[in-house]
Design a protein around this ligand. Structure first.
Ligand code: ADP
Length: 653
């Protein structure tokens, strides 16, 4: 039916939707960490200012102590506003009158600059790091919370990778900018503003020479970033190709060995690795030229300052320059020129970091803003299952524009079992997903004991339903934790009881640590049948009003299937059950069998009734029971038509 078509990459939309993500980042998350931010800003400024004390004071000291200038005159020259202070009164009270005194004061100030600087560097790092870490943590958990509530469409294979990348790469990139980036922004601004200010106060003419590299470096790094960015994009894309190829090959190594295609695969890996190498080298060759070039610009600026300043000191103002330059001032200039060149080199990487952080926060907020298709009615009441009677009333639904199931109608009496049967792609799982309310019907209604699913709260609905699927996913943790999953608080005896009912107790007690055995990557690997019995135990423990079995006994050997079947019979005895099964023998005792084909109900009845009907079900049964060799022509034709349509659709992607 008419949902807006999903784009190939739903994140593309999301990125565009969120305008000015950085402002939103600071407004929503920065505000909660105001203290850290303020500490970071103040400490950055103070730390940098303290860093500038030693060269400045050293310059003063050279002129006042080692040359023949007066401290008061130097200060008055440096800061005309300081004049009232820099009188004889100041020298003598704040500033010692003797040269020895001034010498020790200079040493004291320089030491203060170093030690104070160290203390404020620590404070600054504390501020920015905790600012960035707090935001990183808050964003990651918020995004995860939001992501869990998204529609199932989002979790299709193609997008889980993308979501992992948002939760890890994008969130980390933000952290990097908030910490290193913000740190550098303040460092750079304070350095440039303060150094330029001091230089201009000392000698505006020489400042002009010394500051000449600043705009040149800014332009140069901007140009560098513009050139290298597409190279980095290429590197990321080729490394993505390389990783996919390696992952794919390692996963398929058995096929490679048995097909004797090692050489072929080695060549394919060689090709993608070569692409990565080339892309990387393209970036490297630009990058390694950047720093030497920067050094040259900085060096030219330094030499120019040295030549002009040096000539000025020993033979008076050169060329167009006027006035005097003291040796100390000259020293301060030389020391400062060295200091701001390197922070300037970071100008480009700050822009780069900012742009990446902006793209990342656009993706993060895009994900957070994604509306959920399933919206709970504000007046929804908790579901109270009495009989467990279920009604599908003219249900029509499609994931996109195309209807996948049409006009499905059937009633299930409380406590009965209904089986859904039909070829792959007929829409059986879709019918069940609608009952679980993973999606809402487009037309018609599904009712439990007469109440429309859309009128009940979602948690109460899901609590009433137990779902055992073919995948039987297990979480990292112990066997007991996995059985208890969703029924937290059950005691050990109840867990054992459930495991016994699911025919799982015996194999569990044979595991190295019984119920406390870890399963998953770091623990024992369970077979498909064992996992399935654990997920049945999970359902037994949950004791739901309505049970859904989605091919719960596929992929297991016949013996295990019989074991599972026994436990299932017990589980389904007195509750409404929906079952999908390919092996018709497992569902032939169902109270009702609904046969679906291309999203429509084609037959309905008990096993005997359907056999008597002699249509699709009877033929499928005949083939599976070995009574007939193959399906009649018309069914095969329909099946191959369906198959070709599905592969054409797949080819469109
Ligand atoms: P069955 O369980 O009978 O094999 P399904 O209900 O899984 O059938 O699928 C019915 C049809 O719906 C198939 O054509 C399938 O491609 C399509 N389909 C299933 N899930 C989705 C989805 N999340 N988005 C789009 N189409 C889907």
């Amino acid at each position: 039916m008419s949902h807006p078509a999903e784009e190939d990459d739903p994140f593309e939309d999301l990125r565009e939707k969120s305008s000015n993500p950085m402002r939103r980042l600071f407004a929503e998350y920065g505000r909660q960490n105001k203290l850290q931010f303020v500490v970071g800003v103040i400490a950055s400024v103070v730390a940098r200012v303290l860093d500038l004390i030693p060269p400045l004071v050293l310059g003063f000291a050279i002129d006042a102590i080692f040359q023949d200038s007066e401290y008061a005159t130097i200060l008055a020259d440096f800061l005309p506003g300081f004049l009232p202070f820099a009188t004889e009164a100041a020298v003598g009270s704040v500033i010692p009158a003797t040269r020895t005194g001034q010498f020790w004061m200079t040493i004291g100030l320089i030491a203060f600059g170093f030690f104070g600087g160290a203390a404020f560097h620590w404070t600054r790092n504390w501020g920015w790091n905790s600012f960035a870490q707090n935001i990183q943590h808050a964003i990651r958990t918020d995004t995860y919370d939001k992501m869990q509530r998204l529609n199932m469409d989002f979790f299709a294979q193609k997008q889980t990778g993308e979501m992992m990348s948002i939760l890890s790469n994008d969130v980390n990139r933000l952290e990097r900018f908030l910490n290193e980036g913000m740190n550098s922004v303040f460092r750079l601004s304070v350095m440039v503003v303060a150094i330029a200010g001091i230089m201009i106060a000392l000698n505006p003419q020489l400042a002009l020479v010394a500051l000449l590299p600043v705009p040149i470096i800014a332009l140069f790094t901007y140009y560098f970033v513009r050139r290298i960015q597409p190279r980095y994009a290429e590197v990321r894309s080729t490394v993505g190709d390389l990783n996919s190829r390696l992952e794919n090959n390692l996963g398929g190594v058995q096929v490679i060995k048995t097909s004797n295609t090692e050489l072929f695969e080695s060549e394919r890996v060689d090709d993608v690795s070569q692409d990565y190498f080339d892309a990387n080298w393209g970036a490297i060759s630009i990058r390694i030229r950047f720093f030497p070039a920067l050094r040259i610009i900085a060096g030219v600026g330094f030499v120019a300052t040295f030549v002009v300043g040096g000539l000025w000191v020993f033979s008076g103002a050169p060329g167009p320059f006027t006035g005097t330059l003291r040796v100390g001032e000259f020293t301060t200039f030389i020391l400062f020129t060295q200091r701001f060149i390197w922070p300037m080199a970071q100008f480009g990487s700050i822009i780069n970091m900012y742009q990446r952080a902006r793209a990342s926060s656009a993706r993060i907020f895009g994900l957070m803003d994604e509306p959920s298709r399933i919206v709970e009615d504000p007046d929804a009441e908790p579901l109270d299952v009495t009989d467990g009677q279920i009604q599908y009333d003219d249900v029509t639904f499609g994931y996109d524009e195309e209807d996948i199931v049409r006009d499905i109608s059937f009633d299930v009496e409380g406590g009965n079992t209904v089986a859904l049967v039909g070829p792959t792609g007929a829409g059986k799982s879709t019918v069940l997903k609608l009952l679980l309310r993973m999606y809402d019907v487009d037309e018609g209604a599904i009712r439990i004991d007469g109440t429309d699913l859309r009128d009940v709260t979602i948690p109460s609905l899901r609590q009433s339903l137990g779902y055992v699927s073919q995948e039987s996913f297990m979480f990292y943790g112990t066997v007991e934790e996995n059985i208890e999953y969703g029924s937290f608080g059950a005691d050990h005896d109840e867990v054992v009881e459930a495991a016994k009912a699911a025919e799982a107790h015996e194999f569990i007690t044979n595991l190295p640590e019984g119920y406390d055995t870890e399963i998953g990557e770091r623990g024992v690997k369970l077979s498909g049948g064992q996992r399935q019995r654990l997920s049945i135990a999970r359902a037994v423990l949950k004791d739901p009003d309505i049970l859904i079995l989605d091919e719960a006994t596929s992929d297991v050997d016949t013996e295990t299937e019989m074991l599972i079947q026994r436990s299932l019979d017990e589980l389904t005895a007195n509750r409404t059950t929906f079952a999908i099964a390919h092996r018709l023998s497992t569902i032939k005792d169902a109270d009702q069998i609904v046969v679906l084909e291309e999203g429509q109900t084609v037959e309905r009845g008990t096993h005997e009734e359907l056999l008597a009907n002699d249509e699709l079900y009877a033929h499928l049964w005949g083939v599976q029971a070995g009574e007939i060799d193959e399906l009649p022509e018309e069914f095969i034709e329909r099946a191959s038509k369906r198959a070709s349509r599905t592969s054409a659709e797949a080819g469109d992607d």
